[in-house]
Design a protein around this ligand. Structure first.
Ligand code: UFG
Length: 328
């Protein structure tokens, strides 16, 4: 298939491009490089462009005539979304309307959307399945939930078939060491702990030790980037085989606390990491764990890198590469 990967120069998108190429697909990456890196796109066509630019989008569809679209291009910082909601609604929502309208105009009817566990808000129960109520707590989560609702409407009106993949905590790196997480600024726990291990940061701050969890720190469900991408590939195949639109929660179903992540990182890297206790970060639920049984059942998804150690080992390989290059 010919797949347009929007945001293919970013962390998850670049791993997806690599996997699609390895699986024999033709890939066109469309990315404005606001958060991504040109050299993270390891093959296929590359088009530098902005989703706000409808003419540029139209040209890409006219020229390449993709069979399907995967959409990774969004802003992801919860705190920033509270300060700058306009930035989040404009890019994550409004620009996605542009993308879907261009797809409709060009009769492209298969769409895979990067959604998030943040659509659920404070969990009423864990593990969180797809039937859990959706009450996002911030503009980031709301912008993603708005797109999910819009997709249902576009499906009914225009025959769009789509899959929403709600990521829990994406982590890890390409096991071959060619790609990894390069957010600027970095806000995610695992890369920050690894930067503290490699000496790029003086310490790791633990945001709160008074949560209602066994060690008092927040629990998250970390999912290896390769397992995340393999779910996209299965979703693409399902749509291609005539499957119906659906939404899937993606995680391993096992939670690890912030302290457990730090302990595992010290063990794996052999480095001692300076830990500083800090205030709670606003909007952090105590525990987020996925029930991904629908993805296993419907897509046949089987995570192959489910252990936290495998996730940290691959991310550590990438951190050691990155720490040696000051421009990365
Ligand atoms: N944490 C620290 N110190 C840090 C960074 C993070 O203690 O320096 C803690 C956080 O408070 C949280 C846990 O580590 O308890 C994980 O934090 P991340 O920022 O790595 O991930 P989040 O769970 O906040 O967010 C991730 C994605 C979001 C998505 C969300 C879904 O990054 O895009 O999952 O819930 F919305």
């Amino acid at each position: 298939m010919k797949v347009l990967v929007v945001g293919g120069a970013g962390y998850i998108g670049s791993h997806m491009v690599k996997m699609l190429l390895a699986d024999g697909h033709q890939v066109i990456t469309f990315d404005d490089l606001s958060g991504g890196f040109r050299d993270a796109v390891l093959g296929g066509e590359f088009v530098e462009g902005d989703l706000a630019d409808k003419l540029a989008l139209d040209n890409v569809f006219a020229l390449h005539q993709p069979d399907a679209v995967m959409h990774f291009a969004s802003f992801i910082q919860v705190g920033e979304s509270v300060q700058l909601p306009d930035k989040y609604y404009r890019n994550n929502f409004s620009n996605t309307v542009n993308l879907l309208d261009t797809m409709t105009a060009h009769r492209v009817k298969r769409f895979i959307f990067s959604s998030t566990a943040a659509i659920f808000g404070e969990p009423e129960y864990v593990p969180i399945d797809e039937l859990h109520p959706t009450r996002p707590l911030n503009p980031y989560g709301r912008s993603k939930w708005m797109v999910e609702q819009m997709l249902a409407d576009y499906g009914l009106a225009f025959g769009l078939r789509y899959v929403c993949l709600r990521y829990f905590n994406a982590a890890g790196a390409d096991p071959a060491g060619l790609l990894g997480e390069r957010h600027e600024p970095e806000t995610h726990l695992i890369p920050l702990v690894l930067q503290a291990a490699s000496g790029r940061r003086p310490h790791i701050a633990v945001f709160g030790r008074d949560y209602d969890t066994p060690d008092g720190t927040c629990i998250r469900d970390y999912i290896h980037i390769v397992d995340l991408c393999s779910a996209h590939l299965l979703a693409l195949n399902m749509l291609n085989d005539g499957g119906q639109s659906n939404c899937f929660n993606l995680g391993n179903g096992e939670g690890f606390s912030v302290q457990q992540v730090i302990d595992a990182t010290q063990r794996i890297t052999g480095k001692s990491i300076r830990v500083v206790d800090a205030e709670r970060r606003a909007g952090d639920p105590a525990r987020l764990v996925a029930d991904a049984s629908r993805a296993r059942r419907v897509l046949g998804w089987v995570p192959r890198h489910a252990e936290l150690d495998a996730i940290i080992e691959d991310a550590w390989r990438w951190e050691r590469t990155t720490a040696g290059h000051s421009n990365m």
